[in-house]
Write a protein that binds this ligand. Structure first.
Ligand SMILES: [Zn+2]
Length: 343
């Protein structure tokens, strides 16, 4: 899961300034920066249509299709193997290129139904990071459960006290911001008892239980088909717990078990792990050490940033979120070309 990109702030001002100054036109004549940019998506579809977390909807199918078309025209969209060769510094082709890798976290059913066919139609490989305990399940992950609870909640004003105090007033700051504040509270490293968090939140919010009769995650047959049709599969752990909340033994189990299950079910060796949530405080140096020990070639974070030659740490490969807007993606790439930075 992740938060949705906003359109204002520093980025919006910079984008407007660039547009007016004509810098976009000038920069498109610059050579590409030698780099690996990794775009991360979660769900494809229409966030308005359900009560689950809108923050994990990255784009509609139409928006996603436009983004892939745009990327194919403007950068080198690479496969996972090509990306890993860049990370390891073992790539044979040393030409300066702006490489872009497309990744998906969580393995929602829409990844199979919408994202995979779109990628296939463009001949582009996607990397899908699966949570092995959720594959094929009707499970409602915590972020979706919190969203459902809040959108059906009888309480519009409530206080939470674990793992820290938080006052929420939905009518004052709106549902989207209220939901983000509650999810931020959940993700705090002090939340070592997620069951307690959910119990207390349910009491305070008085929302409805989400239906558990609908399958929400792609299943093993679908994953096998995707893999046969060219998709790459990685691990997103076994249970999607925040790794920084776990001791070394449980971290080892999350990383090793998911890798073993992927091998058994799909016959593929997962070279990569995407750390759940992926923010700087969602994994630790210990996590990176364990990832290496378990046999992963690379670990992917998700707090923004580009990967540049000689400056890429294999167990903290950077990924970023672009949101649904094609203009934003276009500007993000232009800003990267000019400054060497992405958000
Ligand atoms: Zn995730």
């Amino acid at each position: 899961m992740a938060k949705k990109a906003g359109s204002g702030g520093k980025f919006g001002r910079l984008a407007r300034a660039l547009r007016w100054s004509g810098a976009l036109f000038v920069s498109s004549k610059l050579p590409p920066r030698d780099s690996l940019l990794i775009v991360n998506y979660h769900r494809i579809g229409n966030a308005e249509e359900d009560l689950f977390d809108p923050g994990v909807f990255s784009a509609t199918a139409e928006e996603f299709d436009e983004q892939i078309k745009f990327l194919k025209r403007n950068v080198d969209v690479v496969t996972l193997d090509e990306a890993l060769a860049f990370v390891d510094g073992t790539q044979k082709d040393k030409a300066r290129r702006c490489r872009v890798l497309i990744t998906f976290d969580d393995g929602y059913l829409d990844n199979y139904e919408l994202a995979h066919p779109i990628l296939r139609s463009h001949g582009v490989q996607g990397v899908f990071f699966l949570v092995t305990s959720m594959v094929g399940s009707n499970r409602i992950p915590w972020w979706d459960k919190v969203s459902y609870m809040m959108k059906t909640g009888r309480k519009r004003r409530f206080s939470l006290h674990y793992p820290a105090n938080l006052e929420v007033d939905v009518d004052r700051i709106g549902m989207a911001e209220s939901l983000r504040s509650v999810l931020r509270l959940y993700k705090r490293p002090e939340n070592t008892d997620p069951a307690r968090f959910m119990r207390e939140a349910a009491e305070a919010i008085q929302g409805e239980e989400p239906p558990t009769t609908v399958r929400r995650f792609l299943n093993w047959d679908e994953a096998r088909q995707m893999s046969r049709e060219g998709a790459a599969i990685g691990s997103h752990t076994h249970s999607h717990n925040l790794l920084s909340h776990l001791g070394p033994d449980r971290q080892y189990e999350e990383l090793a078990k998911s890798r073993a299950i992927l091998k058994e079910q799909l016959g593929v060796v997962a070279d990569t792990i995407a750390y759940p949530v992926g923010k700087k405080d969602a994994f630790t140096d210990e996590t990176k050490r364990i990832a290496r020990e378990v046999g992963y070639r690379a670990g992917f974070s998700f707090y923004g940033g580009a990967n540049l030659p000689g400056q890429t740490s294999p167990y903290d490969v950077r990924r970023f979120d672009i949101g649904p807007d094609l203009n934003r993606l276009r500007l993000e790439l232009e800003i990267f070309r000019l400054t060497g930075h992405v958000r």
